[in-house]
Design a protein around this ligand. Structure first.
Ligand code: MN
Length: 718
């Protein structure tokens, strides 16, 4: 076994940096104890993994706390050791690093995501690790897992390779850690395209000897010409990474021969001036290929990479790339953000708070333009808006919500139906309250049930207009029947409290006053809370007494729109003689209809049709007030009001034909109104006084025969 405590401590000593060996040993012991008995897929004890991760970080000269956290990075998630214990034993820093690594390790990564989503996920991963060391540990963790990926089953290999390719390698690139990025990519491409990458390896192998000789000759020729530079520059020759060639061949579609920069020679010098001097010399020895020169010193890449690149061609006729840079640029290119610990900071150098980005200024000291510093700081700070929170679905989709949003907002952002059917929500596997605020990096899981429904108080909890309007429209639409019933019940209760009777035309008047097209819309609005009944009752009472005040005094007078009349003895009320009888205007019962009576407060008995909505929806508390009533034997002198709704083609003399038909039947007309419908038809509503249902039906029959009449129906709610 390679990764033992002894091996680790040797590495620590070899670094010659002032590490806290005792603390590192203690961290090793806690991890070793916690993972004891557990083996990796390779068959090695689990502890070899955290030790290997710690060793990678030692190469980067990361500080003591980072090394300790690396040793402990899997204990909180995989073993019984609690974060509290780590805090007590190793301090807040180590505990926070372990916690951070655990949390970003739990973020689901969506391998099928398009580029923008993947980019957002990467940004969030970086943003979640408030301390950048968290992401560096995570990268080392993933790098070691990829180095040992061959022990995992093939489908796991593929999944991990995709994740690494889509998320971790780009993060390493973003942080300028090109060594990590290249190693990850080279491992991944072998898994993702074994055949394609093998072809490239074979092509590279084929000319290995030739190539090595070629590179040696080039290096020697450069060395001769720059020997007067002191201290002597470092000259490296190499073949580019398999993946960088793979990309050129398979993604950009170049043939192997077309790739200029399979070979690369690197010249590392002490100063920027020397970089440009060396460039001049190179262009003097070899023939530069036009348009292949790039000055990343004057214009660094966003990840702070700096170098001069040029592609030249020698006597052998083989093109190759030359990179020229200072040692400092070289360190930044290899280690990126981690170069800070390797070359700048002391061993306990914590980078935190507002000073977090100060070191970037040091690394960029050759860079005087403050715009650039800001640009790079921003690139690393991640350009996520502080007014938003970024949360994940369990599948790894990123959902952006305004700060202060709750799981209700999240659920509706995913899908209206997810919101409408939500029964509960989990964040990081734990149930949370609906009013808890979400934080960036939360992984939110919504539980739904097909018979669940939104709650009205969600309207107050939800932060986004989207969620609120979806909740409102649910109550409006999906629940319309319920709202109508609720609205009706509310009106009925309120009217009864005020000794008023629900009359359809009066309700319609009220509805129109509130700008509703129909009584149903009005009821529905009361039901979902769009109209507050108590606010309109005052005016409703005034209107009501205006209508009824008139009627009670003028009894038989049937002028205007009034419908109530003093009744004659058409109905027998069971058990009560000579009581005041009133025909309910909601259903306008006629002799022959099945009827029932309701004992009103002060208005005697009101007679309804048995199937009238107001009867059907009557509350149980009113049960005792319903009373049996019967039609008395038909008496020609009795008459009743009935309203007929006629729809006809709009033509001249239509109304005249209707009125003369009614008059010809010797039936009095009490009221008639007419208007044109949107579709061009005419609508005539006529109220007549009839003696019975039979008389009414025969009249309707005659009206139906009038030329142009489409429908003629008795109205009333049922
Ligand atoms: Mn791990």
């Amino acid at each position: 076994m390679l990764y033992t405590l002894e091996y680790l401590i040797d590495k620590v000593r070899a670094s010659e940096k002032p590490y806290d060996i005792e603390k590192i040993t203690a961290a090793y012991e806690v991890a070793d104890e916690a993972h004891r008995g557990v083996k990796r897929s390779s068959g090695e004890p689990y502890i070899t993994h955290p030790v290997a991760v710690a060793c990678i970080l030692l190469e980067y000269c990361m500080d003591t706390d980072t090394i300790c956290a690396a040793l402990l990075h899997d204990v909180v998630e995989d073993t019984d050791v609690k974060l509290e214990t780590l805090k007590k034993k190793f301090g807040d820093d180590v505990a926070n690093l372990v916690d951070g690594v655990t949390k970003i390790g739990q973020v689901p990564l969506n391998n099928t995501k398009e580029e923008q989503q993947a980019e957002n996920t990467r940004k969030i991963l970086i943003a979640m690790s408030k301390d950048i060391r968290v992401i560096i540990i995570k990268l080392a963790d993933r790098l070691h897992n990829m180095r040992t990926i061959m022990y995992r089953p093939p489908e796991k290999q593929r999944k991990k390779a995709l994740e690494t390719m889509n998320f971790y390698a780009p993060i390493a690139h973003r942080l300028g850690m090109s060594a990590v990025k290249e190693e990850m990519e080279d491992i991944c491409i072998k898994i993702l395209d074994p055949y394609g990458s093998k072809m490239i390896e074979e092509m590279l192998d084929k000319h290995k000897e030739q190539r090595d000789t070629f590179i040696d000759i080039i290096k020697e020729r450069i060395r001769e010409r720059i020997s007067d530079i002191q201290p002597p520059p470092t000259i490296e020759g190499r073949v580019k990474s398999v993946y960088s060639i793979y990309k050129k061949v398979y993604v950009k579609g170049k043939s192997f021969d077309e790739i200029y920069d399979i070979y690369a020679v690197r010249v590392i010098v002490s100063t920027v001036i020397e970089c440009y001097n060396v460039l001049g010399i190179i262009h003097d020895i070899f023939k530069p290929i036009p348009y292949r020169f790039k000055d990343y010193i004057a214009t660094p890449k966003p990840n702070r990479y700096q170098s001069l690149h040029t592609t030249v061609i020698g006597r052998e006729g083989i093109p190759f790339e030359v990179q020229i840079r200072t040692y400092e640029m070289h360190n930044t290119a290899q280690y990126g953000i981690a170069a800070h610990w390797k070359y700048k900071a002391g061993i306990s150098g914590r980078v935190a708070g507002e000073q977090r980005f100060d070191w970037i200024r040091h690394i960029l000291e050759q860079q005087q333009d403050s715009d650039d510093i800001e640009q790079i700081a921003d690139a690393i700070k991640v350009d996520l808006s502080p007014d938003d929170v970024y949360v994940f679905t369990p599948k790894g989709d990123v959902i952006t919500l305004p700060a202060g949003s709750t799981v209700i907002d999240f659920a509706y952002a995913i899908h209206t139906q997810v919101g409408n059917r939500m029964t509960g929500a989990k964040v990081g596997g734990k149930m949370i309250r609906f009013d808890e605020k979400l934080r960036t990096g939360d992984i939110v899981e919504i539980m739904t049930s097909s018979n669940a429904r939104p709650n009205r108080n969600w309207l107050e909890i939800a932060k986004t207009n989207e969620a609120r309007s979806k909740i409102r429209s649910w109550f409006k639409r999906e629940c319309r029947d319920e709202n109508i019933a609720e609205g009706m019940a509310a009106i009925e209760n309120e009217f009864r409290r005020n000794n008023m009777i629900v009359e359809p035309d009066f309700i319609l008047d009220l509805a129109r006053m509130q700008h509703f097209e129909s009584a149903e819309d009005f009821y529905a609005a009361i039901g979902y809370g769009g109209v507050i009944l108590s606010k309109i009752m005052h005016r409703a009472k005034d209107l009501y007494s205006l209508r009824h005040g008139e009627n009670e005094q003028s009894s038989d007078d049937q002028t205007g729109r009034s419908y109530t009349r003093k009744r004659r003895s058409g109905v027998i009320v069971e058990g009560i003689d000579n009581c005041l009888v009133k025909y309910a205007k909601c259903c306008n019962p006629l002799p022959g209809d099945d009827i029932i009576g309701f004992i009103t407060r002060g208005y005697g008995v009101s007679v309804h049709k048995k199937d009238c909505v107001n009867v059907l929806n009557s509350p149980a508390s009113d049960k005792e007030r319903w009373i049996n009533v019967y039609w008395a034997s038909a008496d020609e002198s009795d008459s009743y009001n009935a309203t007929i709704d006629i729809i006809a083609e709009d033509r001249t003399a239509l109304i005249a034909d209707i009125t003369s038909t009614i008059a010809g039947s010797r039936i009095p007309i009490r009221q008639i109104t007419a208007h044109t419908l949107k579709n061009g038809n005419g609508n005539v509503i006529v109220t007549v006084e009839v003696a019975s249902v039979e008389q009414l039906n025969s009249l309707i029959g005659r009206i139906s025969k009038i030329s142009g009449v489409i429908t003629a129906e008795r109205t009333g709610i049922v």
